[in-house]
Design a protein around this ligand. Structure first.
Ligand code: URA
Length: 433
């Protein structure tokens, strides 16, 4: 086969065969196909799209390009959950213990954050001593015994995706629905998921700014999963403002604990309950969403989900006492209030701007090697639809001795305030399954 023929075929809008896609993935991974040809190919896909069969072939070839986790020693249906990335999204910290408390195994690989979105591993490391590099055997034992373990992504998972994603990043070809879908799903398949629940975000803080695009991405991922025999469903949720009230690692952990105590913000509670319920259905623990929701609310109410979080943190050598005493988590020295510049109703809160502001304070990384300050972040005291008076506090920055002027300005600009009343936004647009 010749790469030039494959590029031309895609450029002309023809469907590639499974063999041609596999050959590309293998030859690009080995270095036989150079970056300039892979770039041209990515651009051809960007403009010509991919059929469902092509995306499934790309997914599978990328999943097979490196290590594949064999989790067959874990009893039960392993259900993974993936969020396409949002600001203040700490749902994994809540859903993991809930689902595990209901008896569905959670064997999760998670990543670190980069840019305006945070990573689950960073948040978990806010528990002093928490370890995410767990030997495979211990990981399997923990899930079999306690139904939950979360590990950092292992070194050689989907190397073909890593290489192609990095190339897409610098050739303006990230925003292609079939390539995003294949990239995400290849990682889930390689990580050993039997079933996958996707939280596809739509809005100012998400990859997909429009609900229609998020829906197309959700449909593409669900089709890929199902064609590879993984039960897959997707929830399309609102990312026009940060989820919950906090952005920043220890602050988000605290909010997750409150939510497991039944005392979290409404949006975070609602999304966590919905995603957990889908996971119970996918994991075969409930026959219907209604039955699943009852189970989820029950383990929040009777404290079993919170107990599960404690066991989970302790098993991974973290300071589990912090679950009972969240004030012992890292806390910043100062609180700096950001004030409303006008009176009216909060109309919008640019999630990406809030994420960047938190990153500038030290809660996230601008580059891979940045060191995090777990204690810093942003607490939103107003959300979309709330009434504000000029001079009211709209957010509180939790800071140490870093300069917070730029973040304060960004937070202020992220809020738009209108004179007309604003309704609370819809949180979950729809479900694709
Ligand atoms: N996230 C991924 O993992 N891959 C993409 O292509 C885009 C977002």
């Amino acid at each position: 086969m010749r790469m030039v023929d494959i590029i031309a075929k895609k450029r002309d809008g023809k469907e590639l065969s499974e063999e041609e896609i596999r050959w590309f993935v293998e030859s690009y991974s080995s270095g036989e196909v150079p970056d300039y040809q892979a770039s041209a190919f990515a651009m051809a896909i960007y403009f010509q799209d991919m059929t469902q069969k092509e995306s499934a072939a790309l997914t599978y070839a990328m999943a097979e390009s490196g290590d594949q986790l064999d989790l067959s020693a874990i009893e039960g249906i392993k259900v993974d959950k993936h969020s396409t990335g949002g600001v203040g999204d700490k749902t994994t910290l809540i859903i993991g213990p809930i689902v595990a408390a209901c008896g569905v195994p959670v064997a999760k690989m998670s990543g670190r954050g980069l840019g305006h979105t945070g990573g689950t591993i960073d948040k978990l490391e806010s528990f002093r001593g928490f370890e995410t590099e767990i030997p495979k055997e211990e990981f399997v034992n923990l899930v079999n015994e306690h139904k939950i373990a979360v590990a950092g992504q292992s070194g050689n998972l989907t190397p073909a995706d890593k290489k192609l994603y990095a190339l897409r990043d610098v050739t303006a070809t990230v925003n292609s629905i079939p390539m995003i879908a294949s990239s995400v799903m290849s990682k889930k398949i390689a990580a050993g998921a039997d079933a996958i629940v996707l939280d596809v975000k739509a809005g100012s803080g998400a990859f997909m700014k429009e609900v229609e695009d998020a829906k197309r991405l959700a449909e593409a991922m669900v089709e890929i999963g199902q064609s590879l025999d993984r039960k897959t469903m997707a929830v399309i949720s609102n990312m026009d403002q940060p989820l919950g009230r906090t952005v920043g690692n220890a602050l988000e952990v605290k909010e997750a604990i409150e939510t497991l105590q039944g005392d979290g913000p409404e949006d975070l509670h609602e999304l966590s309950v919905k995603l957990s319920s889908y996971m119970l259905v996918a994991g075969g623990k409930a026959d219907s969403l209604e039955q699943a929701e009852k189970m989820v609310l029950q383990v929040i109410k009777n404290g079993e989900a919170l107990e599960k979080m404690k066991a989970f943190v302790e098993n991974q050598h973290g300071d589990a006492a912090a679950v009972d005493n969240p004030d012992s988590l890292a806390a910043a020295e100062h609180r700096v209030e950001v004030k409303a510049k006008a009176s009216g109703y909060v109309h919008g809160i640019e999630a990406e701007e809030i994420g960047v502001s938190a990153m500038l304070l030290g809660a996230g990384r601008a580059t891979k090697d940045d060191v995090l300050d777990y204690s810093v972040g942003i607490e939103l005291t107003k959300k979309i639809g709330d009434i504000v008076q000029k001079g009211d506090t709209i957010a509180i920055m939790h800071v140490n001795d870093q300069d917070s002027t730029e973040s304060a300005e960004k937070i202020s600009q992220a809020f738009t305030i209108s004179e007309a009343a604003v309704e609370k936004p819809v949180l979950i647009y729809e479900t694709v399954q």
